[in-house]
Design a protein around this ligand. Structure first.
Ligand code: ZN
Length: 307
C-alpha cells in the first residue's frame, strides 16, 4: 500500500475545507423539475445560484416515468419542485412525493410550482375517460411545445426563484432577461423555418402537437393513436390512411420513443414522410437549451423531405 505523506494529507484536508466553505457560501437553491425542459430553463435563469435537475430524462416518454429511489432521494433535499402539471406527472410523481416526505415541496407550498396554472391549457374535444387509458383528462399537457409557453414558464420560474431566494433576485431577473432576448432572436427564425408547413395538414403519433401547430400555423388532422395513450390498431391506421390520402397529407411527426411499425405501415400505403422529432431538450446529445428542441424539430422536418 502506498503511504501518503503527512504534509500532503494536510493540504488535502485544507482543500476539502475550502471547497466546503465555498459551497456553503454559495447557498444554491436546490431545484428539481419533472421534465428536462423545465430543468434547462431553470438553469438558464438561475445560473450559479441554483442546482436544477430533472427527475426524468429528455429522451423518455413524459407520461410514463417510473418512480425510482434516485428520484425520492433528490426530492427529499429539494427546496423547489417545478412541474408541467395538467396531470402529465400523475402516474409517478405522487408516489415520489409521498415517499420523499419533504414538506417544503408539497402541493400548495412555496416550494411547489405547477406551471400549468400560468398557461392556457387546451381542452380535449369530446368525452374523455381514464377507463379508456386516456392520459389527457385535465386537458392537453404538452404546452411546452409552444415556445411562447416556454417564455411564460420562464417568467413564472424566475418569479418563484426570487421569492424563495430574494438575495439573488437581481441575478434571476438578469437570467430571465437573457432568456427573453434569446427567445426574441429565435422566434422569427422558427417562424421562417415553419413557413413551408403553414396551413398544411399533418398527422402525429400522439396528441402532443396542438400547441406546436397553433404556434406555427399548421393543422393536425389525425393521430396514430386512436385516443391519447392508446396504441394504434390496424383498423384505426387504415382509416387514418384514408384521411391522409383525402387531405393530401405529406408529413407525419412523431416522437422518437414510439414504435416505428405503425408509421412504416402508413408510409408504405400512403407515401407519407416521417419526421422523428425531439419533444424535449436533451432528447439527443448536444441539445442543452430548451430552444434547441425547436431547432431540432425543424431539422427533422427538413430531413424528412416532406417539404
Ligand atoms: Zn400526452
Amino acid at each position: 500500500m502506498t503511504t501518503i505523506p503527512r504534509r500532503a494529507l494536510l493540504w488535502i484536508g485544507a482543500a476539502i475545507l475550502l471547497l466546503g466553505n465555498s459551497a456553503t457560501a454559495r447557498a444554491e437553491l436546490n431545484v428539481i423539475t419533472s421534465t428536462a425542459d423545465l430543468a434547462a430553463i431553470t438553469r438558464a435563469i438561475g445560473g450559479r445560484a441554483v442546482k436544477a435537475d430533472s427527475l426524468t430524462s429528455g429522451a423518455s416518454a413524459p407520461h410514463f416515468a417510473v418512480p425510482k429511489p434516485s428520484m425520492i432521494r433528490r426530492a427529499r433535499d429539494a427546496d423547489l419542485l417545478i412541474v408541467v402539471g395538467a396531470e402529465l406527472e400523475i402516474g409517478w410523481l405522487p408516489v415520489v412525493l409521498s415517499s420523499a416526505a419533504n414538506p417544503r415541496i408539497n402541493v400548495g407550498q412555496p416550494g411547489y410550482l405547477d406551471l400549468s396554472s400560468s398557461v392556457s391549457i387546451l381542452q380535449e374535444a369530446g368525452p374523455v375517460s381514464r377507463a379508456q387509458g386516456d392520459v389527457h383528462k385535465s386537458g392537453n399537457p404538452h404546452y411546452m411545445l409552444d415556445p411562447q409557453n416556454g417564455l411564460v414558464a420562464a417568467r413564472a420560474i424566475a418569479a418563484r426563484l426570487a421569492e424563495l431566494d430574494p438575495a439573488n433576485a437581481a441575478a434571476y431577473q438578469a437570467g430571465l432577461a437573457a432568456f427573453e432576448g434569446e427567445f426574441r432572436r429565435k422566434w422569427p427564425e422558427w417562424q421562417r423555418g415553419f413557413t413551408p408547413l403553414r396551413g398544411k395538414s399533418v398527422v402525429s403519433y400522439h396528441r402532443s402537437l396542438p400547441y406546436l401547430a397553433r404556434a406555427f400555423g399548421f393543422v393536425i388532422v389525425g393521430e396514430l393513436e386512436p385516443l391519447p395513450g392508446i396504441s394504434p390498431t390496424v383498423s384505426h391506421l387504415e382509416a387514418l390512411g384514408e384521411t391522409i390520402r383525402r387531405n393530401n397529407v405529406r408529413l407525419l411527426l412523431m416522437e422518437g420513443f414510439y414504435e416505428r411499425r405503425s408509421a412504416q405501415f402508413l408510409a408504405e400505403r400512403t407515401g407519407i414522410k416521417v419526421a422523428v422529432i425531439p419533444h424535449a431538450v436533451e432528447f439527443e446529445a448536444g441539445m442543452k437549451s430548451y430552444f434547441d428542441t425547436f431547432d431540432g424539430i425543424l431539422k427533422s422536418i427538413r430531413v424528412s423531405g416532406a417539404y
